[in-house]
Design a protein around this ligand. Structure first.
Ligand SMILES: Cc1cc2nc3c(=O)[nH]c(=O)nc-3n(C[C@H](O)[C@H](O)[C@H](O)COP(=O)(O)O)c2cc1C
Length: 577
């Protein structure tokens, strides 16, 4: 890609964050200057002096043996990193949003699948519903559609363009979904790839591979009729976000997992998310191409209800499927693959050790300022999950209007419920919720920390912080206009001390699931939401000293949309324009 080529930020770009697409240099300089003034008003009263653990992280990153931290440090956004990025978007080389296998048989999924009818807030909050149902092919179609299906079709010129059930950074959709199943009604045991465009399952392998996979991941795979594997096709997102896109693998996987969890709960299907697996085995089973794509998470679906997997198969032969290229050419970002290599688990023993490695944090979070007890609405009064998922879309403009404290409480209450992840003991989380409240009826404007023990918001700073919430989200006005902006943060030194480099992926992913829950719970209470990226160190500093040990993983703005959006629908996908 020729640096200095014409920036083509245009109507075709669904996400306006300035992190990767160039604007005219003079305009950017002006914006930056005014931003500095704004920041000094609120929190940047001196040099970055709140960051002992951040410094610790930076020092660790300088050590070559810590490629994951080197990655994290290198891909932080700052005003300088944005100003010096020479990246521009080459629209003629934009990767396809669909993985298309050549010459593979496929099974069409029926469009007459059930819809998730349970009250959406119940499904977002609940993670331990009693399992009663064994998934059949139609239920699988439902799970696939409501987590990764196409819900809106637009046109840009002659090109059709699809939006999906879950959000995705830059609408680039790097996540692919695979299925590994035993025999279930209407579908033979095998390994399949989900093609959302023509709503079908592409056949990759015949036979029951669950035992083999279970031995290299988690026993839930063996007793579940079906396991979903989420993988990332790296170039799709790196095209826009370059090396930072490695973080997006987990964000974009996490928001899909949030939809999947809620849909499973609505159907009373038990689900377990698995991040501990031998990467090379999953790569081989799914036929993933090295340094192009990688598995990020699995979901064992219907655990305890399936017939147990048959005994372990011998060696799994390599699979080299023929796949259409994503675009004309690709740029490689080796730092992403070095980070990913560092995070890999090489053996079944290392997987077991990793899954048992987490140590709960010793809470040091006492606070004396004002606290505000949550007052959530009744979950049973919320619309069905089907309605909520189809209504969801990232809000593109917020009216500067208040949301009620009850709405905020409901969102926090639902979105902070624990995620059923293989490495997390019951009731534990890697994610802490911080927020800036710009306009919430019954809550003074300011910044807050959510204390899950007391179910209350603890006030950190008071004051009007709209400039700050927008600034921290890379100066995007959307997040100044939002009523509330959440910053989901993780204690990386603690996480990495327990879980090593894979813990980094886990923290990003878990935050992605919580972000997905914020989206869903916002739409459940009739307000809008949008994910956001951020200036890493500025976020830590703003919430310090409370957050001095923590790094932002993801941000989400919530508020009243300034327009009425058309809901999505179950598209009659035809696999063509
Ligand atoms: C983790 C995450 C971060 C995002 N960051 C931004 C952002 O910085 N700015 C923005 O305008 N939209 C952001 N988005 C919204 C995406 O652009 C949006 O999801 C995508 O265009 C698909 O549209 P939809 O969510 O309406 O289906 C983000 C979404 C996610 C999931």
């Amino acid at each position: 890609m020729a640096p200095g080529g014409p920036p083509r930020l245009s109507r075709r770009e669904p996400e306006r964050d300035p992190s990767s697409a160039r604007t005219k240099p003079r305009e950017r300089d002006r914006a930056t200057c005014s931003t500095v003034v704004v920041c000094n008003n609120y929190s940047f009263t001196g040099s970055l002096n709140y960051l002992p653990k951040e410094e610790q992280l930076a020092n660790m990153a300088r050590d070559d043996s810590n490629p994951i931290l080197a990655y994290h440090e290198t891909t932080k956004h700052s005003e300088i990193s944005l100003r010096t990025s020479g990246h521009y978007l080459d629209w003629d080389n934009k990767p396809s949003a669909f993985k298309q296998y050549k010459n593979r048989p496929s099974t069409a999924l029926s469009r007459q699948f059930p819809h998730p009818k349970e009250a959406s807030l119940k499904t977002i909050k609940d993670n331990r519903s009693k399992p009663t149902k064994n998934p059949d092919l139609d239920t699988m179609a439902e799970l696939l559609f409501f987590s990764a299906g196409l819900t809106r079709k637009m046109r840009f010129g002659s090109q059709p363009y699809y939006m999906r059930a879950a959000p995705a950074t830059g609408a680039l959709y790097p996540i692919e979904v695979y299925i590994i199943n035993g025999d279930i009604p209407q579908l033979n045991a095998g390994v399949y790839h989900y093609n959302p465009l023509d709503f079908s399952l592409v056949h990759l392998r015949e036979g029951d591979y669950r035992s083999q996979l279970s031995a290299k991941s988690h026993e839930a795979v063996s007793s579940s009729p079906v396991t979903f594997a989420l993988t990332s096709l790296a170039w799709r997102n790196a095209w826009k976000y370059e090396a930072r896109s490695y973080r997006h693998w987990f964000w974009d996987g996490g928001v899909i997992a949030a939809n999947l969890l809620a849909t499973c709960i609505s159907e009373k299907i038990w689900v377990k998310l698995i991040m501990g697996f031998v990467d090379s085995e999953v790569n081989n089973l799914l036929g993933l191409e090295k340094h192009q794509e990688a598995p990020i998470c699995m979901a064992a679906i219907g655990t305890g209800l399936g017939t147990n997997a048959r005994s372990v198969r011998p060696e799994i032969p390599a699979l080299h499927p023929d796949v259409e290229p994503l675009s004309r050419d690709q740029t490689d970002y080796p730092i992403m693959w070095e980070a990913n290599k560092a995070s890999e688990l090489p053996s079944a023993d290392s997987v077991k050790a990793w899954q048992q490695g987490y140590k709960p944090r010793i809470s040091k979070l006492s606070h004396s300022n004002a606290t505000f007890q949550l007052r959530p609405l009744k979950p049973e009064d919320s619309p069905s999950l089907e309605q909520t998922i189809l209504r969801r879309g990232s809000t593109r403009r917020f009216a500067q209007q208040a949301i009620t404290f009850e709405s905020l409480s409901t969102i926090v209450d639902a979105a902070t419920t624990c995620v059923p992840l293989d490495f997390l003991p019951e009731g534990e989380t890697l994610t802490d919720f911080y927020l800036i409240a710009n306009d919430v009826q019954g809550l003074p404007s300011g910044s807050y920390f959510f204390n899950p023990g007391t179910k209350s918001l603890e006030q950190l700073k008071t004051g009007r912080l709209r400039h700050m919430s927008g600034y921290l989200c890379l100066d995007q006005p959307l997040f100044s206009d939002a009523s509330v902006v959440f910053f989901l943060m993780a204690d990386l030194p603690h996480t990495l001390a327990c879980l090593g480099p894979r813990g980094y992926c886990a923290a990003q992913f878990e935050a992605g699931v919580h972000a997905g829950k914020i989206y869903l719970s916002s739409y459940s209470v009739g307000v809008g939401a949008s994910g956001s990226t951020f200036y890493d160190d500025a976020v830590t500093e703003f919430f310090s000293p409370h957050a001095k040990d923590k790094s932002p993983m993801i941000a989400v703005g919530v508020g009243v949309p300034s327009y009425k959006a058309r809901p999505g629908r179950i598209l009659p996908q035809l696999g063509q324009a």
